[in-house]
Design a protein around this ligand. Structure first.
Ligand SMILES: Cc1cc2nc3c(=O)[nH]c(=O)nc-3n(C[C@H](O)[C@H](O)[C@H](O)COP(=O)(O)O)c2cc1C
Length: 354
C-alpha cells in the first residue's frame, strides 16, 4: 500500500464526511487507486453461491452507489465488490448534513436515503467495468425509490434493466432511511416480493443459469422475524442473506458528539448485534442458505469470529474510514494465519464451527 493510501484516511477525516467521500470517489476515478492489485493468499480462495472469490472480504454497499469505481476497489484486495444501492430513478436523498463520523466510537451514522443516479447510469458504469475486465465479481445492490407507488416493481425493474451485467444481485429491504422500506421484511410483504422477483427471474433466465440473488436484512430483528425471513427465503430461490445493514439502535456507551443523530449506525458498535443475528439466521436456516457477515468488522479476529458464527463470506465499509484500504489485505493475511493455526484447509471448512 502506497504512502498516499496510508495517509489519505487521516487527511480525509479533517474534511466534512460526505465531502470527503465525494473527494475519494473523484480521486479513484482520476486513477489515484492502487497500481498493482495483490492476490490474497491462495488458502483464502472460496466459493459463495457459485461465485469464485479470491478472498472472502468484500466491499459492502453504499461506498460506490453508482458503480463508478469497482475496479479501483477490487485493486485494494477486496475479493468481491458490491455497488449500489441503486434505485430505478435518480434521486437526491435526504437533506444535508446526512453523514456523520463518530470517531471515538469507530462508528458512522448515515441517513443518506438512497442518493444515486438511477439504473441507467449504474448500468452503463457496470458495463464499462465488466468490459475492462474485473479481477473479482461485482454485484448490484438494488432498492426502491422513495416516491414509488409499487416498490416491488422497482426491484423487478432493476433485474430487467441490469440483467447480464452484475455477477449477483442484492435485494436491499433493510435501509432505515427510506420510510417503510423495512416493512418489506414482514412475512406477507416478503412473500409477495420474493414471489414476484422469482417470476421475473424465471422470465429473464429462460432456463439459462442465473446469477445468485441475496437478500440484505436489518440487525433490528427478533427471533420470530428471523425464523419467518429464513423460511420465506428457502421457499423461493434466494441464494443467501447479507447480515446486516445499519442499526436504528443506539448501544449504550457511545461517546462521540454525533451519537444522537438520526439514521443508521454502523462500524464497531454494530459488531456484536450483527454477529448475534448472523448466528440466529444460521440456526434458522440450518445451513441451507449462504450467509454473508457484515457489521463492525475492522480486524482479522472479528472477521474470523463472523466466519465461525456461520458467514461464508464477509463485507465491510465503516472501518475503511478509520483504517484505510490497507485494512483489506491485513484482514486477509490474518484470516490465512487463523486457518493454518487452527488446522483448516479452507474458509468453507471453518464456516459455522462455533
Ligand atoms: C455511508 C454509508 C452508506 C451506506 N449505504 C448503503 C446502501 O446504499 N445500501 C446498503 O445496502 N447498505 C448501505 N450501507 C450499509 C453497509 O453496506 C453495511 O451493511 C453497514 O455499514 C455495516 O457494515 P460496516 O459496519 O462494516 O460499515 C451504508 C453504510 C454506510 C456507512
Amino acid at each position: 500500500m502506497s504512502l498516499l493510501h496510508q495517509m489519505a484516511p487521516k487527511a480525509l477525516r479533517l474534511i466534512e464526511a460526505e465531502r470527503a467521500h465525494q473527494l475519494t470517489i473523484l480521486a479513484l476515478k482520476a486513477g489515484f487507486g492502487p497500481s498493482r492489485p495483490k492476490a490474497p493468499d491462495p488458502i483464502l480462495a472460496t466459493e459463495l453461491a457459485g461465485l469464485s472469490l479470491n478472498g472472502p472480504v468484500g466491499l459492502a454497499a453504499g461506498f460506490d452507489k453508482n458503480a463508478e469505481v469497482p475496479l479501483a476497489m477490487a485493486g485494494f484486495g477486496f475479493g468481491w465488490v458490491e455497488c449500489g444501492t441503486v434505485t430505478p430513478l435518480a434521486q437526491k436523498g435526504n437533506p444535508k448534513p446526512r453523514l456523520f463520523r463518530l470517531p471515538r466510537d469507530y462508528a458512522v451514522i448515515n441517513r443518506l436515503g438512497f442518493n444515486n443516479r438511477g439504473l441507467e447510469v449504474f448500468g452503463q458504469n457496470l458495463f464499462r467495468a465488466q468490459q475492462a475486465g474485473s479481477i473479482c465479481p461485482i454485484g448490484a445492490n438494488i432498492g426502491a425509490n422513495k416516491q414509488s407507488k409499487d416498490r416491488v416493481e422497482d426491484y423487478c425493474a432493476a433485474l430487467r434493466v441490469l440483467w447480464g451485467l452484475p455477477n449477483w444481485f442484492t435485494i436491499n429491504i433493510s435501509s432505515p432511511n427510506t420510510p417503510g422500506l423495512r416493512d418489506l421484511q414482514s412475512a406477507d410483504a416478503l412473500d409477495e416480493l420474493l414471489s414476484r422477483i422469482t417470476q421475473t427471474k424465471q422470465q429473464l433466465t429462460k432456463g439459462q443459469p442465473a446469477p445468485p440473488i441475496f437478500l440484505k436484512v436489518a440487525p433490528d430483528l427478533d427471533d420470530p422475524q428471523i425464523e419467518s425471513i429464513a423460511t420465506t427465503c428457502l421457499k423461493y430461490d434466494i441464494s443467501g442473506l447479507i447480515i446486516s445493514n445499519t442499526t436504528l439502535a443506539r448501544p449504550g456507551g457511545l461517546v462521540s458528539n454525533h451519537r444522537a443523530q438520526s439514521g443508521g449506525l454502523s462500524g464497531a458498535p454494530l459488531f456484536e448485534r450483527s454477529t448475534q443475528v448472523l448466528r440466529s439466521f444460521r440456526q434458522a436456516s440450518a445451513g441451507r442458505l449462504a450467509l454473508i457477515g457484515v457489521g463492525g468488522i475492522s480486524n482479522a479476529e472479528q472477521a474470523w469470529q463472523k466466519i465461525k458464527a456461520g458467514a461464508s463470506a464477509l463485507q465491510l465499509y465503516s472501518a475503511l474510514v478509520y483504517h484505510g484500504p490497507g485494512l483489506v489485505a491485513d484482514i486477509h493475511r490474518g484470516l490465512a494465519q487463523h486457518l493454518r493455526a487452527e488446522g483448516f484447509a479452507s474458509i468453507a471448512e471453518a464456516v459455522g464451527v462455533d
